[in-house]
Design a protein around this ligand. Structure first.
Ligand SMILES: *[C@@H]1O[C@H](CO)[C@@H](O)[C@H](O)[C@H]1NC(C)=O
Length: 315
């Protein structure tokens, strides 16, 4: 009897250990707390390549003078919301009206304030709009994907292992910044996701139980694991929000379009760095949506997305 109990106990201990040496049970660095592990899709720099079969027959028609156009309907069981790179690298602005000089001030500057040179002047309003769309999406069962651009040192040699060609570029070297790509290096503070908390009101209000979380090292958020999940869910329409407008937002929009997804780019829920606008004299929030709207994506405002997003069961 005692013997049987001991055997049973040992068996259950071995069993528990077995379950816990399982891959699924170890929390990977790319699945940070407090994400529920089942919601983490991985860290990937491999682009998804399987096309989706375009369904439906809705046309985007421009109105006279090309001032506006019609919109896709956003049916809840075929739509996903992408929130791209809501990270500190885009939220940490210097005090006051950002100017080139204050934006490029590097970490060795006296009294360095921890800002990022890629701070986006509209981070706060964009996040507010994203939270409005995400709340509405969740209420209709539309899946929300939070993407995050992070370079990690997987083998512990002190160097990031998944930076790809972006590490060829040192755009800010002249300013004293230690290679601009370090802004997404997991070893530095700027890569962290900006979540809404009691102190941080302008943060993404994540649902760590039901939203999905995926890290990427490519400009497109449509990596292999993300595309696999979208296909499983039967998604053929993607709503694009986040940062930076002229890099990950636009590349994801174009990649999704090329794969056959219907793309909705939300023009007041994406933004790019103030520094680029100051240096180039081009407002990305004018140029990008206009170009995409011609024949890549439906350009909608936050209000329009919320109005157009409907349940599949209208009865
Ligand atoms: C979505 O719901 C509609 C209406 O119930 C149904 O006809 C359609 O097959 C569903 N599509 C998917 C991808 O589940």
């Amino acid at each position: 009897m005692i013997c049987g109990l001991v055997v049973l106990l040992i068996a259950s201990v071995v069993n528990a250990q077995n379950t816990c040496s399982n891959e699924d049970c170890i929390r990977k660095p790319w699945c940070p707390e407090p994400w529920k592990k089942s919601q983490c899709l991985g860290s990937s720099g491999e682009l998804g390549t399987d096309s989706v079969l375009a369904t439906g027959n809705e046309k985007i028609t421009w109105h006279a003078g090309m001032a506006s156009h019609s919109h896709y309907s956003l049916i809840s069981n075929r739509t996903a919301l992408f929130v791209i790179d809501a990270q500190k690298v885009y939220s940490a602005c210097p005090e006051g009206e950002p100017a080139v000089e204050s934006l490029i001030a590097d970490p060795s500057t006296e009294n360095f304030d921890g800002h990022s040179p890629l701070c986006c002047e509209k981070f706060g309003s964009v996040i507010t709009n994203i939270n409005r769309i995400a709340n509405h999406a969740r209420s209709l069962g539309v899946p929300v994907f939070l993407h995050s651009h992070v370079y990690r040192d997987f083998d512990g040699d002190g160097e990031v292992d998944n930076c790809g060609r972006i590490c060829d570029f040192d755009a800010l070297g002249w300013t004293g910044w230690p290679m601009a790509w370090n802004l997404w290096n997991a070893a530095f503070p700027w890569h962290t996701n900006v979540y809404k908390t009691e102190e941080i009101t302008k943060g993404f209000d994540a649902n760590f139980e039901t939203d999905y979380y995926a890290e990427k090292s490519t400009y497109s958020a449509l990596t292999k694991p993300v595309l696999k999940k979208l296909k499983l869910l039967g998604v053929d329409t993607i709503v694009i929000t986040g940062f930076m407008a002229q890099f990950c937002s636009v590349t994801t929009s174009r990649h999704a379009h090329d794969l056959g997804f219907r793309v909705v780019y939300v023009n007041d829920a994406n933004d790019g760095p103030q520094l680029l606008q100051l240096l180039s004299g081009v407002d990305e929030n004018e140029f990008i949506p206009f170009s995409l709207g011609i024949a890549v994506a439906d350009i909608s405002s936050t209000d329009e997305v919320i109005e157009n997003m409907k349940t599949a069961f209208t009865g």
